[in-house]
Design a protein around this ligand. Structure first.
Ligand code: UD1
Ligand code: UDP
Length: 392
C-alpha cells in the first residue's frame, strides 16, 4: 500500500483534483490517500470541497487578503516542510500551474519525495503570459517524476524539453469533474430548480433567467446569456479596464441579452469593475455582477449560456465540451487544442476586438453556428482512471 498525498489550494486545482481524490479513496487496498490543502484560496476553495464532500487531512490556511507571490511561495514552502516531515508520503501529487503547486513540489523535492504533476506540459513559452503560471508549470515539470499530460500536444512539449520524469497521456481531469456534475444535473428537475433559486439569490433576475432556462434554442429571438469571468494577473490595470469597458458597452448595445459576471474575490479584479460601473453594482438592467458560484451552479449556467467570455484556463477546457463558443481575453493560450478546432477565439484585452467578436456572435447566426459544436480535445472523463493505473 502506498501513501499518496494530494496537495492543492485554489478553486481550479480543487475542481480538477477532486475526482482524483474520490477515485483514489475508492482504491483503499492500493493507496492510503491523504489530502493537504494550502488554503491559497479560502472561500473559493471551501466551496469546491463542500460540493465534492472532501475533508482535508491537513490545511495550511495560508490565505491573506492581498497576498503577493512571495507570501504564497514562502508560506506554502514552510508549511509543506512540516506536513511532509510528519506525514512522510511515498508520492505527492500537485496540479497545474499555481504557486501552491510549484512551492509544494519544491518542498517535496527538498525531502526527495517523488512528485506527480497532474495537467503537465501545457506551454505558451512566454514566461510573462500567463504570469506567473507559465514559469510555475515549467518549474513543477522539471521537478516531477511522473508527468500526467492531458493531451498529445502537452506530451510533445515535455518530450521536446527532455523532461526527466515519465510521461503519460491521460486526458484532463477537469472533464471527469465536468461529467460528474453534468450527470448529477441531467434529468434532475429538482436539482435544476434549486440552481435557479441559488442564482436568483446570487443576484440574477429570476424572470430573465427563466426565459433562458425555458427556451428551447440558444439562437436569435430568445433571450440569450453571455457568461463572463476574469482574473488573470497579467491583465490587471489597463487590460482589465478595456475588458470591463467593452462589457459595459456591449450590455448597452444589446439590452435583450443578459451579461452575467460571477466576480472573482480578488480585489484587483473588483476595482476596475467599480471604476467603470460605479460603486453600486445592483439594478444595472441586463448586466448582473454576482458572487463566485459553486461549481454546480456555474456549470448549470455555462450550459444555459450562449457565449462564454473569459480569461480562465479551466473554462476554456469545459465550455467547448458543452458546445459553447468561447472568446478568450488573453493574448496567448497554453490550451491551443480548442483554438484549432474553431470553438475558441483569442480576443485579448483589446476593446475593439472584444466588441467586434461578441457582436458577430450575437448578430450573425452563421458565424455562431460555426463556433458552437461540442468538441472534447481535453479528455473523455477517464483521466483519473488512467492516472491511477499508471501509479500502481
Ligand atoms: C490563483 C492562481 C491562478 C489561478 C487562480 C484561479 C497563482 C499565482 N495564481 O490566482 O493561477 O488561475 O488562482 O482562480 O497561483 N481571495 C479571497 N478568497 C478566495 C480567493 C481569493 O478573498 O477564496 C482574494 C484574496 O484577497 C487574495 C486574492 O483574491 O489575496 C488573490 O488570490 P491569489 O490566489 O493570490 O491569486 P488568484 O488571482 O486567485
Ligand atoms: N468556476 C466556478 N464558479 C465560478 C467561476 C468559475 O465554479 O463562479 C469554475 C469553472 O467552472 C472552472 C474553474 O472554476 O472549473 C476555473 O477557475 P478559475 O477561472 O478561477 O481559474 P483558472 O482555471 O483560470 O486557473
Amino acid at each position: 500500500m502506498r501513501k499518496i498525498m494530494l496537495v492543492f489550494g485554489t478553486r481550479p486545482e480543487a475542481i480538477k483534483m477532486a475526482p482524483l481524490v474520490i477515485a483514489l479513496k475508492k482504491r483503499e487496498a492500493d493507496f492510503n490517500t491523504i489530502v493537504c490543502v494550502t488554503g491559497q484560496h479560502r472561500e473559493m476553495l471551501d466551496q469546491v470541497l463542500d460540493i465534492f464532500d472532501i475533508k482535508p487531512d491537513y490545511d495550511l490556511n495560508i490565505m491573506q487578503q492581498g497576498q503577493d507571490l512571495y507570501d504564497i511561495t514562502a508560506r506554502v514552502l514552510i508549511g509543506m516542510r512540516d506536513v511532509l516531515k510528519e506525514c512522510k508520503p511515498d508520492i505527492m501529487l500537485v496540479h497545474g500551474d499555481t504557486t501552491t503547486s510549484t512551492a509544494a513540489a519544491l518542498a517535496a523535492f527538498y525531502q526527495q519525495i517523488p512528485v506527480g504533476h497532474v495537467e503537465a506540459g501545457l506551454r505558451t513559452n512566454n514566461i510573462y503570459n500567463p504570469w506567473p503560471e507559465e514559469m510555475n508549470r515549467q518549474l513543477t515539470g522539471r521537478i516531477a517524476t511522473y508527468n500526467f499530460a492531458p493531451t498529445p500536444l502537452s506530451e510533445k512539449n515535455l518530450k521536446e524539453e527532455h523532461a526527466h520524469g515519465k510521461i503519460f497521456v491521460t486526458g484532463n481531469t477537469v472533464i471527469d469533474a465536468l461529467h460528474m456534475v453534468v450527470n448529477k444535473l441531467k434529468g434532475n428537475k429538482l436539482l435544476a430548480d434549486e440552481q435557479v433559486k441559488v442564482l436568483a439569490k446570487a443576484g440574477y433576475d429570476v424572470g430573465r433567467l427563466n426565459e433562458i432556462v425555458n427556451s428551447k434554442s440558444s439562437i436569435s429571438k430568445f433571450r440569450r446569456l453571455v457568461l463572463i469571468t476574469g482574473h488573470r494577473r497579467e491583465n490587471f490595470g489597463e487590460g482589465f479596464i478595456n475588458m470591463v469597458t467593452a462589457i459595459k458597452d456591449l450590455s448597452e448595445k444589446y439590452p435583450d441579452v443578459d451579461f452575467v459576471y460571477p466576480m472573482h474575490l480578488n480585489p484587483n479584479v473588483r476595482k476596475p469593475i467599480h471604476d467603470v460601473f460605479g460603486e453600486n453594482l445592483q439594478n444595472l438592467g441586463n448586466m448582473f455582477f454576482i458572487e463566485p458560484l459553486q461549481y454546480l451552479e456555474f456549470v448549470y449556467l455555462m450550459e444555459k449560456s450562449h457565449i462564454v467570455l473569459t480569461d480562465s484556463g479551466g473554462i476554456q477546457e469545459e465550455a467547448p465540451g458543452l458546445g459553447k463558443p468561447v472568446l478568450v481575453m488573453r493574448e496567448t493560450t497554453e490550451r491551443p487544442e480548442a483554438l484549432e478546432s474553431g470553438t475558441v477565439h483569442l480576443v485579448g484585452t483589446d476593446y475593439n476586438k472584444i466588441m467586434n467578436e461578441v457582436s458577430t456572435l450575437l448578430d450573425d447566426a452563421e458565424a455562431y453556428k460555426k463556433m458552437s459544436y461540442a468538441v472534447n480535445p481535453y479528455g473523455d472523463g477517464k483521466a483519473c482512471e488512467r492516472i491511477i493505473n499508471n501509479l500502481i
